[in-house]
Design a protein around this ligand. Structure first.
Ligand code: SF4
Length: 713
């Protein structure tokens, strides 16, 4: 692939990892006209973001977040020096790196000596590069010798990952390139509003419908994505599994099952069939609120399409039955024979920038690099050999993300937590409780680019370099490994996470095995992943550069990579996909008299995740300045609420206050809040941490609430 001049690289935000080109701002006259003058709302940045039309994923398109990403480099919005707190309650003050790192190492040693290695925990992030995710997992298990590590990706797509691993023997978000979406005949899109979350991807759906393909969207809200669908199913939140079972019932009843495919390429259909046949369409209509005629139309459309895809995202996955729900969709996809062949299959639209790679290289509580299981003796042996330790010295699996946070400062829980690239004070469920638990720690260390709400609580804050200031690989939602390249030096008192981990390991007495150069870490990652499900051993920085990214698995330098999986067989021992018998169960917290409404949470176009970065970008802040509560005008009428009035969303865990935004795009028994803000409008104050027993995914996407008008004092 011919690369453009400037620094071709990738966006700091979502899992699309759009290609972009960075140029020095004062160089812009040569390429894109005169630079825009700096104003109080558009601060000067050292780089400008330009399009990279040749990169195949986004083909030059960028959303507003990507276009404004250079604003994150402005020293005024980011951390530029280490900070320490001298005692609880004291303000953070600037410190030298030596002082900050010494303080961390001393406190870790003290806590480890007093409470055991497992009392020191690590919390990572789905935005960290593969190199960082890899070294963080190694740091926890080799330098700290703790099992207490997990990351915020547990909150993102862990239920889909668990289901995919079980059904297909392998979890790669999309088992095909994104461009295949434009070439299929029908897409069933469940719980995704990609028009707002990853706008450049919408063009693949537009191309699909432009060719005459069909788009069916399942979402409780009529989002901008749903508005483009031929058919929009608007189920009650948390009822997706019933919907999938009812659709399978209709398919079986109507003779639409691809019996030849089911017999040849799958196992487990009979048990799945038995449960599906209990889900009569009229029963499913009662459970979901979706009319029977729409259910039938959806099944017939999907079955009639020669090729089709079923794609899920957080709306269907962030539930206490998230894994089972995804299995429901996978079962439907398999029963209709829409998998294991070109332009067909099930896929998960991962959300975070390195949501895919972040779950493959060892920062997850139960995994080793290469997407290996921490409980597999052969995997332990292989990785221990690469790390130069005995397999017996590798800790076992630790607590999942919410359980880890919930244990903070409790007897038997973690007493120290090192957080890298995550802001759980805003992004974790039952966030006020999580904040309380973090305050109870003996040591909280946060490495981040900005003073996030979590960093503001820390005893030690380590300012880390960001996307354009360091090189590293990420794996996008298609399983395409891409290379972000350094375009500018970080400020003098800022270090990369790799440098931080290297320095901390050294202070903890582990003087080797923690290189600070990304390329060195990647070379070790290649060896550690070799032979594993996510095999990167054939991928190099040079190949990524030359080929526009390389799809894993790529088990050798002469291997072309694997854009499409499962065409001949699935990755299970017998090559067949597993249909798993799953039954419907209600949401963890159904509405009742005191809390009669469903709350769903989600993202808006201008912001990303906890908003720690995007809230600091003037254009994004101007586009969406604060939280809001979306509700139907009928509900607003009943409550006496007008558009713009302050309302409190109250659950059993707390209340979040924000202005009402009236919309007919939402059911009148559902309210919606975006989760990007802290303070009184923090949506996750309200959300339910009920966990999926299989994946540890919390039930972010539905809980019971009531609305209370807030009168001015
Ligand atoms: Fe960045 Fe995602 Fe927007 Fe692309 S869609 S520019 S990766 S935030």
């Amino acid at each position: 692939m011919t690369e453009p001049t400037g620094t071709p690289t990738h966006c700091p935000y979502c899992s699309l990892q759009c290609g972009m080109v960075l140029r020095p701002t004062d160089d812009r006259t040569d390429h894109a006209g005169p630079p825009a003058p700096a104003t109080p709302t558009t601060p000067a940045t050292p780089l400008s973001v330009e399009e990279w039309p040749g990169f195949p994923v986004n083909r030059g398109a960028l959303c507003g977040k990507g276009r404004s990403a250079a604003d994150l480099l402005n020293p005024a919005v980011r951390l530029t020096t280490p900070l320490v707190r001298d005692r609880p309650g004291a303000p953070l003050r600037p410190a030298t790196w030596n002082e900050a790192l010494d303080r961390v190492a001393q406190a870790v040693r003290r806590i480890r000596d007093g409470h055991g290695a497992e009392a020191v925990g690590v919390f990572g992030g789905g935005g960290l590069t593969n190199e960082k995710a890899y070294l963080l997992g190694k740091f926890a298990r080799v330098a700290l010798r703790t099992p207490s590590i997990d990351y915020n990706g547990r909150f993102c797509m862990s239920s889909a990952a668990t289901a995919s691993n079980r059904a297909f023997g392998l979890d790669r978000g999309l088992p095909f390139p994104l461009a295949d979406i434009a070439a299929t005949d029908c897409v069933l899109l469940v719980g995704s509003n990609l028009a707002d979350t990853m706008p450049p991807a919408l063009r693949y759906l537009t191309e699909l419908t432009g060719r005459g393909g069909r788009l069916i969207v399942v979402d409780p809200r009529r989002t901008r994505t749903a508005a483009q669908a031929h058919l929009h199913l608007q189920p009650l939140p948390g009822s997706d599994l019933a919907l999938a079972l009812g659709m399978l019932h209709i398919a079986i009843d109507g003779g639409l099952v691809d019996t030849e495919f089911v017999a040849r390429r799958t196992t487990g259909f009979e048990a799945v069939r038995t449960i599906a046949m209990d889900h009569w369409p009229t029963r499913v209509e009662r459970l979901t609120g979706v009319p029977v005629h729409q259910l039938r139309q959806a099944v017939q459309t999907l079955a009639a399409a020669p090729t089709a895809m079923v794609l899920t995202a957080r709306g269907s996955e962030q539930h206490s039955k998230g894994t089972d729900t995804v299995h429901g969709w996978i079962n439907l996809c398999l029963a209709l024979g829409k998998a294991g062949r070109p332009r067909s299959g099930y896929g998960c639209l991962t959300g975070q920038g390195n949501g895919q790679g972040g779950r493959e290289h060892g920062q997850k509580a139960d995994q080793l690099p290469g997407y290996r299981s921490l409980t597999d003796p052969a995997a332990r042996e292989h990785v221990a050999r690469v790390w130069g330790i005995e397999p017996a010295d590798l800790p076992g699996p630790g607590r999942s993300a919410y359980e880890l946070l919930d244990s903070a400062g409790t007897p038997g829980g973690v007493r120290a937590l090192l957080v890298f690239g995550s802001n759980p004070v805003v992004s974790a469920p039952r966030a006020a409780h999580v904040e309380e638990r973090l305050r109870a720690l003996d040591l909280l260390v946060v490495s981040d680019v900005v003073l996030s709400e979590t960093a503001a609580l820390a005893d030690v804050v380590l300012p880390s370099a960001q996307w354009a200031e360091e090189t590293g690989t990420l794996t996008n939602l298609e399983g395409r490994v891409v290379l972000r390249r350094k375009a500018v030096d970080p400020p003098p008192q800022v270090r990369t996470d790799l440098q931080i981990l290297s320095a901390l390991a050294d202070r903890l007495g582990v003087h080797h095995g923690f290189p600070a150069e990304p390329r060195d870490v990647f070379e070790e990652l290649r060896r550690a992943s070799a032979g594993g499900p996510a095999d990167y051993s054939g991928i190099s920085y040079e190949r990524i550069t030359g080929e526009g990214g390389v799809f894993w698995p790529c088990p050798g330098e002469d291997h072309p990579g694997t854009p499409r999986l499962f065409l001949d067989s699935f990755a299970t021992p017998d090559g067949r996909a597993r249909m798993v018998a799953v039954d419907y169960r209600p949401v963890a917290e159904p509405p009742d008299e005191r809390y009669p409404l469903y709350l769903v949470t989600g993202r808006v176009l201008a912001h990303y995740q906890s908003g720690a970065q995007t809230r600091r970008v003037p254009a994004l802040r101007a586009a969406e300045p604060g939280p809001f509560v979306e509700l139907h005008p009928h509900l607003a009428d009943r409550l006496g609420v007008a558009d713009g009035d302050q309302v409190a969303v109250v659950s059993r865990r707390g209340r979040a206050v924000a202005p009402a935004r009236l919309s007919t795009a939402i059911r009148s028994d559902v309210v919606f809040m975006p989760f990007h803000w802290a303070g009184p409008g923090r949506a996750n104050t309200v959300t339910n941490p009920a966990l999926d027993p299989l994946s540890g995914m919390p039930e972010f996407k539905v809980c019971a609430v009531r609305l209370e008008p807030v009168t001015a004092p």
